[in-house]
Write a protein that binds this ligand. Sequence first.
Ligand code: 1GP
Length: 240
Amino acid sequence: RKIYQNILKSISAKERLLAVLIDPEKFYVENAVRFFKKVNRSSATHIFVGGSTVEDKATEILVSEIKKNTGLPVVLFPGDVTQITNKADALLFLSLISGRNPEYLIGKHVASISKIKNSNLEILSTGYILIESGKQTAVERVTQTQPMDRNNIQNIVDTAKAGELLGMKLIYLEAGSGALNPVSAETITKIKQDIKIPLIVGGGIKNKQQLEKAYQSGADLVVIGTAFEEDESFFNDLLK
Ligand code: 1GP
């Protein structure tokens, strides 16, 4: 379907993809017009929406507002089933394959079916891999899973490969929102050599140099949330 096909097309055209992550808990809907003026002038290609703890309905209200302010595809990146809304275009159907908590490997997915089976959301099966980054992150706390050891790169590579062989359409390497250290260049490079499906990288990327490094290492799509929340002028460094 459309969003996944476009990601594949962009990758073969060597285009760099950038998602702006918006956490409904932290975003003021009143600021949407101003914020999206900046987004629309930047090289951002996708809007991701999600958070670890979000009130019911907040996601739906936010997605409706986003849709009024940008033509970029809106992809749900949900921390929980309650964040699924058919106002968005697509859903990262995340399985936390770095962890061993059955709820986040398959349980939440089963619980979400009644919400998604009659929706028009494009469902993107995603192997989600949390990598240790120097401090405990919200993903770790909420999912009660251990992040992967950042120094055991082979284990991370094997996890990504297993996800691909299970039929997942995307791999997402996550250092956690606000991570002290983004996923290392070496980890990205090694995984990219081993898998054919698109590679998403996020967590702790705060400036243009780190963004550049992630792309050069092999990230196909980079996700940035905190850096835009903290300083909207960062968009000016990333003009189209
Ligand atoms: C978090 O990967 C995303 O899930 C983005 O992280 O907020 O650190 O940019 P940041």
